[in-house]
Structures are given as C-alpha cells and as structure tokens.
Design a protein around this ligand. Sequence first.
Ligand SMILES: Nc1ncnc2c1ncn2[C@@H]1O[C@H](COP(=O)(O)OP(=O)(O)O)[C@@H](O)[C@H]1O
Ligand SMILES: [Mg+2]
Length: 259
Amino acid sequence: MVTIAVVNQKGGVAKTTTSVNLAVGLAALGWRVLLIDLDPQAHSTLALRIDSDEVMAEHTVASLFYDGKVEDILVDTIEPKLKLIPASIHLATAVESLYSVIFREVKLQKALDVVKDQFDYVILDSGPNLGVLSINSIVAADKVLIPTRLSMYSLDGLNALLNTIAKVKQGPAEYDWRILLTMVKGYGKERQAAAWNILAPLSDRILQTQIRETEAVEKSQMNEDEDEIMAVVLQKSSGNRGAQDYRALVKELVELWPA
Ligand SMILES: Nc1ncnc2c1ncn2[C@@H]1O[C@H](COP(=O)(O)OP(=O)(O)O)[C@@H](O)[C@H]1O
Ligand SMILES: [Mg+2]
C-alpha cells in the first residue's frame, strides 16, 4: 500500500483537485484506492457527490482518534474501486477535542496499518494549515506530494513546509517527497523568474507533469454551488487539458511510486 499525503498549508493551490483526480484516475486503472478527506471544508467529499451535511463527526476521520476502524467509516463512491472517508464541518469541532488524545499524531498511521492489504493507494487530502490532521497525514504517508502554484505568494512558506515535513519524518522510515506545479499559466518563464529562482535548488524534486490552468477545471465547479464543487475532470472521457494533465500525473506517479 502506497500512502500519498497531498499537503500544503496554502489554500487554493489545487490540493483537493489533485487528490480527487489522482484518486479517481488510479481507481479507473483498476487500483484499489482509498481517499481520505481531512479538511472540514469537505471539498473532496463534495466533489465525489457525497452530501457532507449528512456526515456526522463520528463518520469522519475523527473517529480514528478514538479507536474507530477504517472499515466502519468508509463509503462507496461514483468510481467502483474508489472508497472515501468523508469529511464534514463536524470534523472541525471533533479536531478541537483531539488535543487531549495521547499519541494523536500517529492515530491515522495506526488505523491505516490495519487495512494495508485492502488498498493499493491511499490519498490524503489536507486542509490549509499544518494542524493535527495535516501532521497525521504526513506521519501516515510514505510519499508526500506538494502542489504549488508558480507565484511568489504561493511559494512563500514552502521552506517552512519542507522543514516541518523533515522534522515530522525524522527517523528510520523511508519516504519520498515531490513538488507538483499546478495552475501553470501559458506565458513564459520570464514573468515567473522570481518563482523559478526559489524552486531552482529543488529542481530534482519537481514532477515532470505540470497541471496547466484550464477552464475545464474551473467550469466544472460551477455546477450547483458556484465555488464549492470542483472538478473531477477524469470522470469525463473528453480529452480536455485538465483531464490530459491529470492522466499524465497518474501515469508518472504509478511509475515513480508503484503499488
Ligand atoms: N488546473 C486548474 N485550472 C483552473 N482552475 C483550477 C485548476 N486547479 C484547481 N483550480 C481551481 O482552483 C481552486 C482551488 O483549488 P483546490 O483544489 O480547491 O485547492 P486547495 O484544495 O489547495 O485549496 C478551485 O476553485 C479549483 O477549481
Ligand atoms: Mg482543498
């Protein structure tokens, strides 16, 4: 089982879009996939058309902190091979009471250990912070995927994130981490020179696949709730750019991080 934490404390860098499309793309190839929504905003949950208003705190990942089992909280999705542990706003309140739970940073890891023969890939979508849920995600993961946009604003904080990951992961366990450039715009490198300068020392960590900015991703979120639901571009068979790029990402990651 390969566990991929999709993390970045910045919001709006395509963590959720990447988590959902990676999960759907892997499942469509026949891999057994578990997507865990660790963000109380529940965008991954909504993207898979699961009504998060119906999801109580005890059916979210929070239950794993009180010795709940993965099997008891996962739900089916639109994609037969893809299971989801949903989130809801109740997750936010549940998280607040976690500060008294001992060994809280390793709870997700322990819970996933039990199901390691049942899944090929586990994808962990995190919220825009480095709180207890994101730390659990980094601890549980053997692969860390950091989506980022190519702007100074988005890259600000990248070093802090890398330091946190290094601190959390110190010890003998092997792990790998990569940067995914998202919402890449068409214009040349000159206008993004400052951003590229920051990334230069990390160039061997940047994935080959870049996710271009595309209307296919933007538009598919306009369904019901304006800015709530974002794209599951891979569900559509069309060859739009969003689908092309995420398909390329799935291919690259299956080779880089084989199950
Ligand atoms: N490749 C893309 N092109 C255009 N818009 C995108 C792309 N990827 C994501 N978006 C949009 O950007 C916003 C933030 O993406 P999201 O995945 O929710 O980020 P995060 O989970 O990091 O907060 C969403 O409205 C999403 O639809
Ligand atoms: Mg998100």
